[in-house]
Ligand binder design. Structure first.
Ligand SMILES: Nc1ncnc2c1ncn2[C@@H]1O[C@H](COP(=O)(O)OP(=O)(O)OP(=O)(O)O)[C@@H](O)[C@H]1O
Length: 268
């Protein structure tokens, strides 16, 4: 007997995004859906539209055309602030008080605020923040000011923060940015464990490097100049042929022990 398809978490149909001021087309004719338990890699050259697409399914912006449905709510017909409370969004442009201890930064994920709203955090919420720091293997950082934590530690603290409201969808915009190799591997391992421990969680990770993809990555979407170049199960999409077409230069892709590697030659 066929298993029912997992619950749809986000669905995008015929979406376009245009800058009103310059009429520049940023995204064009995007169709995409993300289901519970799927782990997507979002790839494409600089300026391809990855962050913009992430902002759409993060309910941070609206499309110019087409429909975006997230967690059963259609953008334009829902209070986006309420919807955002159910989406974990980690981005390097996020504002975080640098002098706040890691535990406080994680707590602010419960209220979706930059500054802590102390009256809203009961004992259970405070304990959850500790538990999430432990889950991300940074329990010992609870009292350390966020601003003095290393890049890898900050990335894991922000993921713990994003998990506070128990989101069904976790969006990670270049979480490996500027991490050294051990920190990168620790973060990949943390994401792998997250996927194993939370089978219903869907994630979308924007990255520039295939080496950064956790072995739990199940799907990939390649964007080229605002359009979908390829989209589907990771093994079908991360091929030399499709990557070459997407990036406009020869790319070799290898897959070994669950990890991906891309090497590029010169533009032909
Ligand atoms: N607020 C904005 N004002 C003007 N142009 C914008 C704005 N936001 C995005 N763009 C333009 O839209 C295009 C896509 O940007 P986006 O940040 O989504 O791409 P990206 O694939 O995430 O790029 P990168 O890999 O460099 O981070 C780019 O040409 C960018 O200059």
């Amino acid at each position: 007997m066929n298993q029912p398809a997992p619950r749809q978490v986000a669905s995008i149909e015929g979406v376009g995004v245009r800058r009103m001021t310059s009429d520049q087309v940023i995204l064009d004719g995007i169709d995409w859906s993300v289901r519970a338990g799927e782990h997507w890699a979002l790839l494409g050259a600089n300026g391809a539209g990855k962050t913009t697409l992430l902002k759409l399914i993060g309910a941070v912006m609206h499309p110019t055309s087409g429909t975006v449905e997230v967690l059963g709510n259609r953008l334009g017909r829902v209070d986006v602030r309420e919807l955002r409370a159910h989406i974990g969004h980690v981005s390097t442009s996020q504002r975080v008080p640098q002098d706040a201890p890691a535990h406080t930064v994680v707590l602010t994920g419960a209220t979706g605020t930059v500054q802590p709203l102390w009256r809203k955090y009961d004992d259970e919420t405070r304990q959850l923040a500790h538990d999430l720091l432990s889950e991300l293997e940074c329990k010992e950082l609870a009292d350390r000011p966020f601003g003095v934590c290393s890049g890898g530690q900050r990335a894991r603290i922000l993921i713990a923060r994003a998990l506070m409201p128990a989101p069904s969808l976790l969006l990670l915009d270049e979480p490996f940015n500027a991490l050294d190799l051990p920190s990168r591997e620790d973060l990949i391992d943390a994401l792998r464990r997250l996927a194993a421990d939370r089978p219903a969680l869907a994630t979308v990770t924007v990255t520039h490097h295939l080496e950064e993809l956790p072995p739990t990555t199940s799907h990939a979407l390649l964007l080229r100049e605002g359009r979908v170049g390829a989209c589907g199960p990771v093994g079908d999409v991360l091929t030399g042929e499709l990557m070459t077409r997407c990036f406009g230069r020869p790319i070799d892709v290898t897959h070994q022990d669950g990890r991906w590697l891309a090497r590029s030659g010169h533009r032909s």
